[in-house]
Each structure stands twice: as C-alpha cells, then as structure tokens.
Design a protein around this ligand. Structure first.
Ligand code: NAD
Length: 444
C-alpha cells in the first residue's frame, strides 16, 4: 500500500512515521519547503519523544519519504490523508478550513480519469459535514469527475496526544473510520490491520458520525478537566484536598481516574479550538452546547485567576523577581499553542520587577511570541531560579519533579513556590521550610 499524507505537522509526521513502521510506503508532503528540506537532512521539526528514531529508521528502510509536492507520488497512492491545520477562524470562532480546501483543490487537479478511485481521508479535525462538502467542492471544481468512480472521501479523525504521540498512534484505545462505501472501508481496514491484529477496536461508522466523535471526545475531556478545576476551587475554600477528591471519584469505574488533574486551565492546539468549533457546529445545526459554552468561559477565566492567585501569594509584586518553570501547554512537547503561560506570563511581566523563564523544549517557539516580550530567558532550572523571590511552576516537566530542593532553597531569595500542577506534597514542602502554594489543597 502507498500512502500520501498532506501536512507534515504533529499529526502528519507522526502518522507518516507510524504507517511506514507498519510496512507501508509513505510520502509526507508539506508546503513548507524549509521543513521538508530539513526532514530530508534528518532534522525533525518538532519535539516528540521517540519520533526522531522512528523517522530515521523508516527513511533508512526506504519506506518513508518527504516532499513538498503532491504530484510526485499521487498516481501510486492508495490513500491520501489530509493532516493540515484547522485553527480557529478568529472572525467567527469556527474551524478555519482554508488549508483543507487548498488541499482538496490540489488533489482534484491531479485526479486522473483512468486511475482507480482515489481515497481522500480527513485526519485533520474537521466540522461535521466537511467530508460531504469536500466531495461537493471537488465535483463542482472538476465537472468531469464522478463520485465513487474517480474519488471518495472518508473520515479518520486522530486522537494522539502530543508528548506520547507515537505510543498513542501505535496503541490507540480505538480507531474511528467514517466511510460511505465498501471501497473506502476495505482500504482503511487494510491500513489499520496491524492494529486490529493487536485487538485495537476499529469502529466503522458513517462519515458525519466519525467527524462528531472527534469533537465529542475533545469536548468531554475538556469538560472533565474544567470540572476538576472547579472542584479544586471548592477544596481551597473548604479545606479539602483535590488530589484525594480526584482519586476518590476516579476510582468509580463510571468516572475513571484520567483527566482529573487540576491545573491552570487547558490549552494546546486542540481542546480550545475544538470546543469553540463544537459550539459553532451546534449553532449552525440549530441547537446549542450550553455545557461546552460554560467550559470555554470557565477555562478562560481560570487562566486569569491563576494570576490573581500569584498576586495574592506574593503581594506586593512591584519589586519582585519571579522565575517561571515551564511554558508549553503540557510536558514532552514544544507546542506553545494556547498555553496558559501565554496569559499568565505577560500579566506578570506588567506588574513585577523581573520575570525569568525556562522551559526544556518550548523556548525556541516562545522566543518568537510577543507575549514573552520583556522576559529574561534562562538555559536551565537553577540559573532561572537564582536570585528570584518565588518560583511559579506552570508545566509539569519531569525535570521539575525531582529538583534538588536544598539547592533551590539556597538559590531563592525567599523559599516560595507556587505550583500550578501539584507536583510536590504540601506537608513535605512545608517541613523543608518552603512557603508552598498549589492547586486545591487548602490554604488560599
Ligand atoms: N496536534 C495534535 O495533538 C492533534 C491531535 C489530534 C488531531 N489534531 C488535528 O490534526 C490537524 C493537524 O494538526 P497539527 O497539530 O498536526 O498541525 P500543524 O500545524 O502541526 O501541521 C500542519 C501542517 O500542514 C501544513 N500545510 C498546510 N497547508 C498545506 C498544504 N496546502 N499542503 C501541504 N501542507 C500544508 C503546514 O505547513 C503544517 O506543517 C488539525 O486539524 C488538528 O486539530 C491534532
């Protein structure tokens, strides 16, 4: 089987590397020439554990190729995956589908009437009905083409998480395929057979259902995070411990322990934009999403509330120097999209004497963002915290979990840690002489 993947970002590159690891021939295509040139030189554009080794291995085996033109391998492709971005359109909060339609046009231009039908698969997260609209778009643009005879469109939303993307792709909880014909079904069955042999459930549904499953999943997970954050606020008022509350409710099999970690609010490239898009999908369909709308609002307010928590703990801030540990929206990624740090850090820059920051992988991207104007960049944790009046921990990178706390105490002007991820135990920190403020564990 030959696969083309258009869009070589987090999803496209990981999917390409994993499909080639299954033994298929894969070409990853991106319009960003620099990215493709670098990949052809062996330079991986994103930080994702194990990705570099997998890419190198499959390039060496001549199963994985990179190109900035679709035309080169289109003729031989059994399936063409679309994995371009679908960011929020800031004018209307809907998913912006301009990259999707650019790709649809590029594909339509290349379809040959004499070839077997081309299977186009949306792996990008796209609003319900997009598969059908791509069909209509192609039929309108190329009047000589017939659906099913020359092309088909299927939906195969991706559920990988940045930071554990390879593992998630190789051992997913399930694979969702939305198809409208047996031809599409047969190709997707072949592509996912290696996972089926490992007993991964492969669910086939109609295309609209598959498109909605993706948004419903992200909407539910965002709701779960927001719910536990609200419970953490209650814990702080009543003297309860959110870690124990999360464990206590999570052990109920109907609830489950995952996604019950309180923090500074969800961010990243998916939950914020997908909850907004889901709300717009519902409106367009003549219904509404009151729960999701609250989740979006509560999550935005939460990031601001974190600044209030910091102010309350450290007041007055005018003469304070603060060290920030972690900028990315989660550990093990360099992705800065909609990270809580983008709200928290600029507010602190305005009201403090000095902000020093360190993140193990996010700084190259963060340095290009205006939100971090005025911060001092540091190359490691201890340099960052040296001579500051308090640490604010925003991202729970592993290297922050096992700090030399005696050294930390010595380097800080005041032993104060505001931990927005609950990676230390309040009792031990207090015993060590720290003023330790965390989330939902009494106190503030
Ligand atoms: N990042 C995640 O964790 C994740 C997880 C599941 C689903 N998704 C969804 O997958 C999609 C892709 O997300 P991502 O994070 O990989 O995006 P990304 O921004 O990392 O990558 C998108 C890539 O597409 C390329 N591109 C855009 N237009 C192109 C064109 N016409 N031809 C060739 N390349 C083009 C861009 O240059 C970029 O490299 C989105 O819809 C997203 O919601 C993302």
């Amino acid at each position: 089987m030959n696969i083309s993947i258009i869009g070589t970002g987090y999803v496209g590159l990981v999917s390409g590397a994993c499909f080639s690891e299954f033994g298929f021939n894969v070409t990853c295509i991106d319009k960003d020439k620099n990215k493709i040139d670098n990949l052809n030189k062996g330079l991986i554009p994103i930080y994702e554990p194990s990705l570099e080794d997998l890419v190198k291995k499959n390039v060496k085996a001549k199963r994985l190729f990179f190109s900035n033109k679709l035309s080169e391998d289109f003729k031989n492709s059994d399936a063409i995956f679309i994995a371009v971005g679908t960011p929020t359109n800031i004018e209307n909060n809907k998913a912006d589908l301009k990259y999707i339609y650019q790709v649809a046009k590029e594909i339509a231009d290349l379809i040959d009437l004499n070839d077997k039908p081309k299977l186009i698969v949306t792996k990008s997260t796209v609003p319900v009905g997009t598969g059908k609209k791509i069909e209509e778009y192609i039929l309108n643009y190329r009047k000589d083409l017939q659906l099913n005879k020359h092309f088909e469109v299927a939906s195969n939303p991706e559920f990988l998480r940045e930071g554990s993307a390879i593992e998630d792709f190789m051992r997913p909880d399930r694979v969702i395929c939305g198809v409208e014909s047996n031809y599409s079904k047969a190709i997707l069955e072949k592509l996912y057979r290696p996972l089926n042999l490992r007993e991964t459930p492969i669910l086939f549904s109609g295309r609209e259902t598959a498109e909605l499953i993706k948004y419903a999943s992200n909407g539910f997970l965002a709701t779960k995070i927001t719910f536990i954050n609200e419970m953490a606020d209650i814990c702080e008022k009543v003297g309860a411990d959110i870690q124990e509350v999360a464990k206590g409710i999570g052990l109920d099999g109907r609830i489950g322990t995952k996604f019950l970690h309180p923090g500074p609010g969800f961010g990243g490239s998916c939950f914020p934009k997908d909850t907004r898009a889901l709300s717009e999908i519902a409106k367009e369909a003549g219904t509404n999403t009151r729960i999701i709308d609250s989740v979006i609002k509560v999550n935005e307010i939460r990031k601001i509330n974190m600044v209030e928590k910091i102010k309350y703990t450290l007041a007055p801030l005018e003469n304070k120097s603060i060290s920030i540990l972690g900028l990315t929206f989660k550990p093990n990624t360099d992705d800065m999209r909609e990270s809580p740090s983008l709200v928290i850090v600029p507010e602190l820059v305005k009201i403090t004497k000095e902000i020093k920051v360190y993140d193990p992988a996010g700084m190259p991207a963060a340095k290009k963002m205006k939100e971090f104007n005025g911060v001092k960049w540091k190359n490691n944790t201890y340099d960052c915290i040296k001579g500051t009046d308090a640490i604010v921990l925003i991202t729970e990178w592993n290297e922050f979990r096992a700090l030399d706390l005696d050294k930390v105490k010595m380097l800080l002007n005041n032993p104060v840690i505001i931990d927005l991820r609950n990676i230390y135990k309040p009792v031990s920190m207090n015993e060590l002489g720290f003023k330790y403020v965390s989330i939902g564990r009494g106190g503030i």
